[in-house]
Write a protein that binds this ligand. Structure first.
Ligand code: G6P
Length: 497
């Protein structure tokens, strides 16, 4: 990334704000890179902008590290001129913010995961977690940003990321009215009706937080439309659909979509690294004639259980595939502190176990389920699938679909949910499915496995080209372009070639 975006808004002091930090200390004091694809994207952004980074201390190790460096920066950011700073809520505050509000409430709302006939039940525990956890941690994160910005002479450019931090822009705007504030949401924006599941004071505070921004960025054009509609419907604000803007408190707030993507050269380098090749060699010995793969966090939004049910159907309808096909599910454990997630993981294991005992024999197990984390193994699988199943219920983007398209070397076909953010760009080069329709998903997997070679090649190349063209550099430069055009006065801004 260095050299081709960089130092985007001269005369500004960029500060990136996210819940999870880019380097997480282990209890032994060493560091590992923050988990997840989003962090990779944000590291590239921080590097391109030369930004400092404010994250939340999430663990005892992070809290201990932060208290050692009270007031000052914690660690320099790798490959970047910026520094990492922490806000340090108490463990109780963090749990209310993260494990009561952000994940079980906001994540569930924004991925439409509730069975509304019985959930959520918004009781005093949730009201308290909102006030003492979510609002409080957002306030502390904003205070950290304000403290840093006050110590600098340049105009603050605050880049806030994701649903954990909706209130940060308002708190920052109150203290630093002249700053440029952009928010980027990595998950879907739900419809106005669905937002009404949240009590009015919560959903209004969320919108009010975002309306303190100059630009609010989303993954897809549908998210932009849903956001504008929510402003109109739930807050009675004046929206200009053509300009994709809303007027709030006498200020114009723009809504734009910037689908996140991968760093193409870096991902290709990783794909041809020794570590990945070693994984491939190990897998080679086990590879079935036909390989269906999925790589996901064990998140209910990923729809892993319905994926197995669809595979069950495939085996039922096509006995000729028995012994030939295998479904490799490589799943990363996620948010096991939230009850719905640990229940979901049990459901995944039970479903795979049932299918294996029904169809499998000593020579052949239809599903190979591995719950672990290894970027190299994930990339090795992406290089070799015949079908990659990405069938989320609803999802912000699904970087795995883009990574899989880019690195695959076997003319693999992607079966992609029409409700994944990446579908907007990849449709035409994937087999689209309704993620709830297990019959259609089974049929799409079958079509992917049996498609003529030229057709598989055409789709695979088409998908690769989409990713190569819309890479992470484009994600960043489109945002910078909008900040230049829509917000900051042009004479103060220069783009480094
Ligand atoms: C995924 C989502 C992001 C989210 C992140 C948080 O990567 O796409 O939108 O911010 O998870 O994950 P965490 O494990 O930190 O809760």
């Amino acid at each position: 990334m260095r050299g081709y975006v960089a130092r985007t808004l001269s005369g500004h002091y960029p500060i990136l704000v996210s819940n999870r930090g880019p380097h997480e200390p282990r209890p032994d004091g060493s560091f590992r890179r923050g988990a997840g694809g989003v962090i990779t994207g944000l590291l590239t952004l921080a590097e391109a902008m030369g930004a400092d980074w404010v994250a939340c201390a999430r663990s005892d190790a992070e809290r201990a590290l932060a208290s050692k460096h009270s007031g000052g920066h914690i660690v320099p950011l790798a490959q970047s001129s910026g520094q990492l700073y922490y806000a340090t809520p108490t463990k109780e505050q963090y749990e209310m913010y993260y494990s009561v509000i952000s994940n079980p409430m906001l994540w569930f709302l924004q991925h439409y995961l509730w069975d509304l006939a019985s959930e959520p039940v918004i009781d005093d525990r949730i009201h308290q977690a909102w006030t003492d956890g979510y609002v409080e941690v957002n306030r502390q994160m904003a205070a950290r940003v304000v403290g840093l910005a006050r110590g600098a002479s340049a105009r603050p450019l605050v880049l806030v990321h994701d649903y954990q931090l909706y209130l940060v822009p308002r708190f920052v705007r109150e203290e630093l009215p002249g700053s440029v504030i952009q928010f980027f949401l990595h998950v879907p924006w739900a419809t106005p009706q669905y937002w009404k599941v949240l009590p009015k004071e919560m959903r209004d505070a969320i919108l009010d937080g975002l309306l303190a921004c100059d630009i609010v960025g989303f993954q897809s054009s549908l998210d932009v439309r849903n956001f504008l509609l929510t402003c109109e419907e739930n807050m009675g604000l004046q929206v200009d659909e053509h300009e994709r803007a809303v007027v709030a408190g006498g200020r114009v707030v723009y809504a734009r979509h910037y689908p996140i993507s991968v760093d193409v050269p870096m991902t290709m380098r990783l794909a041809s690294s020794r570590g990945v090749e070693r994984q491939e060699a190990e897998m080679g010995a086990l590879r079935p004639a036909k390989l269906i793969a999925r790589i996901d966090r064990t998140d209910p939004s990923k729809n892993i259980v319905r994926g197995f049910i669809a595979f069950d159907k495939l085996l039922r309808y096509h006995p000729d595939l028995h012994g030939q096909v295998q479904f490799w599910a490589f799943l990363q454990p996620s948010r096991q502190d939230v009850a719905a997630y640990s229940r979901y993981l049990r459901h995944i294991r039970q479903t795979a176990g049932r299918i294996n005992s029904e169809f499998g024999n000593e020579q052949w197990q239809p599903i190979r389920l591995e719950i672990a984390e290894s970027e190299r193994k994930a990339i090795a699988m992406m290089k070799n699938f015949d079908v990659l199943l990405v069938n989320p219920v609803y999802d912000g983007l699904n970087l795995v679909a883009k990574e899989g398209a880019l690195v695959n070397q076997t003319d693999g076909v992607i079966v992609l949910s029409e409700n994944a953010g990446a579908h907007e760009e990849l449709r035409g080069n994937v087999l689209s499915v309704n993620p709830f329709d297990v019959e259609a998903t089974a049929a799409a997997m079958y079509a992917g496995l049996t498609m003529p070679a030229e057709e598989r090649h055409r789709m695979n190349e088409g998908a690769k080209n989409v990713v190569r063209t819309n890479d992470i550099a484009k994600w960043i430069s489109n945002q910078v372009q909008d900040m230049r055009d829509l917000v900051a006065p042009a004479e103060r801004i220069s783009l480094r070639p």
